[in-house]
Design a protein around this ligand. Structure first.
Ligand SMILES: C[S@@+](CC[C@H](N)C(=O)[O-])C[C@H]1O[C@@H](n2cnc3c(N)ncnc32)[C@H](O)[C@@H]1O
Length: 228
């Protein structure tokens, strides 16, 4: 800035402040316009609502190439009781993978060419051996459904259910597979790189120092005898 005295210095500061404000406003406006303006396609059957039902049937109603993101966590294979129906009750691992692929094929169909499917699956022990279910699924998906596997993001559970195993460790991770159907997928790396606040409201600070604490507290409070 040239030497124009106190008054012109103040004016320069005001101009700079206005420029910063306008750039901020413009950036926000541009981001809002390009990232967050979503219009309901004419043939979209659901919009801003929670729809309960069999996803195999419901997904078929959604038009192709119409959704930005599908994120799902199907049941483990033969491990949980969700009312005796749905995915996870198949007779064999192969039937389970086929059922998952049937759903996944629909997920891949409905996402836009710029969209993503994030699929979380847990593993399963049979005869003391891991079945590697998540990886069987991911291989089948990439081989059969014309998708690209962008990442296998590992969910590290900082508070897994404690077990009494003497011959193996507790499984405390699960994969989240990020699939796309073209190289032109939307990706906001800047959002990911923003510093995260690791302090969680449940007292879990991400260091692992509270692992199992909640369960041990419940055990201590319980009226049951050790045998029960
Ligand atoms: C691992 S849980 C998902 C939990 C969920 N992500 C949450 O945070 O609450 C799996 C869910 O899938 C449901 N499910 C199983 N088969 C289904 C199907 N064909 N259609 C819709 N939901 C199904 C089960 O009833 C169960 O609630």
């Amino acid at each position: 800035m040239g030497g124009g005295g106190k008054g012109s210095n103040q004016k320069a500061k005001t101009v700079i402040r206005d420029i910063i404000r306008s750039v901020r406003r413009k950036t926000l406006k541009d981001e809002t316009a390009s990232t967050y303006t979503i219009r309901r396609p004419a043939d979209m059957p659901f919009w801003n609502e929670i729809v309960c039902g069999d996803c195999a049937a419901l997904l078929r109603l959604i038009p192709s190439d119409s959704v930005d993101l599908v994120i799902t966590s199907p049941p483990y294979f033969q491990q949980r009781e969700y009312g005796g129906w749905g995915i996870g009750n198949e007779k064999s691992p192969d039937d389970y993978i086929s059922a998952l692929i049937g759903i996944f094929r629909e997920c891949a169909r409905i996402i836009k060419p710029t969209g993503s499917v994030v699929f979380n699956i847990g593993d399963k022990y049979e005869n003391s051996s891991l079945r590697l279910m998540p990886y069987r699924f991911a291989i089948a998906a990439t081989e059969q459904c014309n998708v690209i596997l962008v990442n296998n993001v590992t969910w590290v559970k900082t508070n897994p259910t404690p077990r009494q195993f003497r011959r193996r460790l507790v499984s405390s991770t699960e994969p989240f597979f990020h699939f796309v159907k073209s190289q032109n997928y939307q990706y906001h790396i800047d959002e990911f790189l923003k510093p995260q606040d690791l302090e969680k409201s449940n007292g879990n600070n991400g260091t692992g120092e509270n692992v199992g604490k909640k369960y041990f507290q419940l055990i201590e409070q319980s009226q049951l005898t050790p045998k029960e």
